[in-house]
Design a protein around this ligand. Sequence first.
Ligand code: IPE
Ligand code: IPE
Ligand code: MG
Length: 228
Amino acid sequence: MEISNLPKHVGIIMDGNGRWAKLRNKNRSYGHQVGSKNVDTIVSHAFKSGVKALTLYAFSSENWARPVEEVDKLMKLIEQYLKKFIKKVVKNGVRLSIIGSRENLSENLVKLISECEEMSKANTDRYLNIALNYGGRGEIVRAVNKLILENKEITEKAILESLDTADCGEVDLIIRTGGEKRLSNFLLYQGAYSELYFTDVLWPDFKKEEFDKAIEEFSKRNRRFGKV
Ligand code: IPE
Ligand code: IPE
Ligand code: MG
């Protein structure tokens, strides 16, 4: 697909796994399993399309309130994803960052995250951020506290550059699958001027063609940033 006006940084709220499973009389975890398989498809496709940075919402700071079995399954799937795709990611020149708080994550997962980030830290072609135990408000608080500790002035620019997504700047387009029309605490600061794209398609069904539709819609939007 040839599109002149591509978003540089895209965020995706990968929602609807639970409902996808329910429609098939399966448990929610099955939906997460199928949904997790879709991640690699969309990551590869987005980078092939020319997107420079991709931020995926995998687990919010509020998702801890779900049943413990579901949380455990999600953590396991994230661990599997990291183990399975890290080599491919590194080979393709992608810098992988797990954004969000490390608090409450298992020791094993924290270690794996550090290893993955270390392996890909020299890459600067493209950026893949996985938002895990992430909330936009918490991220802003962490960014401001970092600046205070470093004795730096608190300015809008300094906060933007102190966020977990510092290398990727603002987010041009936020896609949410699954039909809900809300941000659920995702990229609140860097998304101040994002274009928003909502689709009813549930995450496990959100394939390349659906991604292309979102990009096409973005390319037609008139971004005014407050001007006339
Ligand atoms: C998104 O799917 C995955 C996570 C939030 C981890 P959901 O699990 O929220 O699916 P629905 O919204 O209940 O269908
Ligand atoms: C947002 O989805 C979080 C992720 C997709 C990881 P939720 O399903 O948790 O959001 P709400 O509860 O509908 O706002
Ligand atoms: Mg949901």
